[in-house]
Design a protein around this ligand. Structure first.
Ligand code: OSB
Ligand code: MG
Length: 369
């Protein structure tokens, strides 16, 4: 397929509720959407960078510049055989996996449409027709608010609850949540808020039989996690520090984790996400699909990814209405009463773009030709 042009759009979309992690509170997303054009068709991708370089080094504006000045020029005007080539064509860019991955995912979507395939089939997924869903609940202003939110999500059918923790919002709060909800599938995500010398504090979380604790230590660390894991009963799940299949191999070999969260953007797109998935499958490490407060396009890509066989645990991919009053896709992503999202069989990522609404939330557009 000949890549004729790549359009970048910057969207601004207020969240229905603020989302707070150990590193920041977000009220409004600023999202870069990628449209890759070829032969009268368009493929769509979403760059998952946050508004600030706090989750990783990328943010909306860095992603815009990297996509416009480094990724798009490597592809535009080029005839490529398959979407699998895109990863190799942009690998000389160090870091900036989200910027690379958003464009790469758009080419996969384009290829799926050319073949008339749903994206999940194009990437080799389809191990399940419905993906199991959990929710990620941010730090709240009070425990009462957190309890209320959890009740609502459980009422909607979600299969597991992830709560964000940080020093000062951890052992006590998790304990109270566990007491209130003794039998739910519960986990905690620290987003790198602790250090190895906090091991005794983290060990107290063992009392609450969490499914896992996600990325307790530094965003770029595997070694300290390997030192921490044998001190805990609770499995560690790595997020931030696993940016490639190779990192996953190293972490698994070092016994730094029992579970890995795969995010399409963090690892640079579908090609690497699939390799990472395969490494974990061979080594007996279950994976689940993480989220980055995506709008509908990124969300739909996550749904496709989560149909690969080793995505056996409920992920952070949930319904559009938890984030948006109106999503940029139609229909919005919805949850079944069983707490699953059903996959769709339309070519590409499976939903329609809501052009009118996307125009309404677009604040900047630029085309690389
Ligand atoms: O660590 O998984 C994370 C959101 C932004 C940055 C990092 C993370 C998250 C989430 C939200 O947990 C998941 C979602 O609902 O999209
Ligand atoms: Mg996380």
């Amino acid at each position: 397929m000949k890549i004729e042009g790549i359009v970048l759009r910057l969207l601004r979309m207020p969240l229905v509720h603020f989302f707070e992690t150990s590193f920041s509170r977000t009220y409004e997303r600023q999202i870069v959407i990628v449209e890759v054009k070829s032969d009268g068709l368009s493929g769509w991708g979403e760059i998952t960078a946050g508004e600030h370089p706090f989750y990783n080094e990328e943010w909306t504006e860095s992603a815009w510049i990297i996509a416009r000045d480094y990724v798009a020029p490597r592809l535009v005007g080029r005839e490529i055989e398959a979407a699998t080539e895109v990863d190799g064509l942009t690998r000389h860019i160090r870091g900036h996996n989200m910027a690379r991955g958003g464009v790469e995912a758009a080419v996969w979507d384009l290829q799926a449409r050319r073949h008339g395939n749903p994206l999940w089939r194009e990437i080799g997924g389809g191990a399940r027709r419905e993906i199991p869903c959990g929710v990620s609940i941010g730090i709240q202003d009070s425990v009462e608010q957190l309890v209320e939110k959890i009740e609502r999500e459980l009422g909607d059918g979600y299969q597991r609850i992830k709560m964000k923790i940080k020093p000062g919002w951890d052992v006590d709060v998790v304990g109270r949540i566990r007491e209130r909800f003794p039998s739910i599938r519960l986990m905690a995500d620290a987003n790198s808020a602790y250090m190895l010398h906090d091991a005794a504090r983290l060990k107290q979380l063992d009392d609450f039989y969490l499914m896992m604790i996600e990325q307790p230590l530094a965003h770029d660390d595997i070694i300290d996690h390997a030192a921490l894991q044998p001190q805990l009963h609770t499995p560690i799940c790595l997020d931030e520090c696993i940016r490639s299949a190779h990192h996953a191999e190293q972490a698994i070999t070092m016994k730094a984790c029992g579970i890995i969260n795969i995010k399409l953007g963090r690892v640079g797109g579908f090609a690497e996400a699939k390799r990472l998935h395969d490494v974990c499958e061979v080594r007996g490490i279950p994976v689940w699909c993480g989220g980055m407060l995506e709008a509908g396009i990124g969300r739909a890509h996550n749904i496709a990814l989560a149909t690969l066989p080793n995505f056996t645990l409920p992920g952070d991919v949930s319904a559009s209405n938890r984030y948006w009053k109106r999503d940029i896709i139609s229909p919005p992503v919805e949850i079944t009463p069983k707490g699953t999202i059903a996959i769709r069989d339309e070519p590409g990522f499976g939903y329609e773009i809501d052009d009118e609404f996307m125009r309404h939330v677009t604040v900047r557009t630029q085309e690389v030709r």
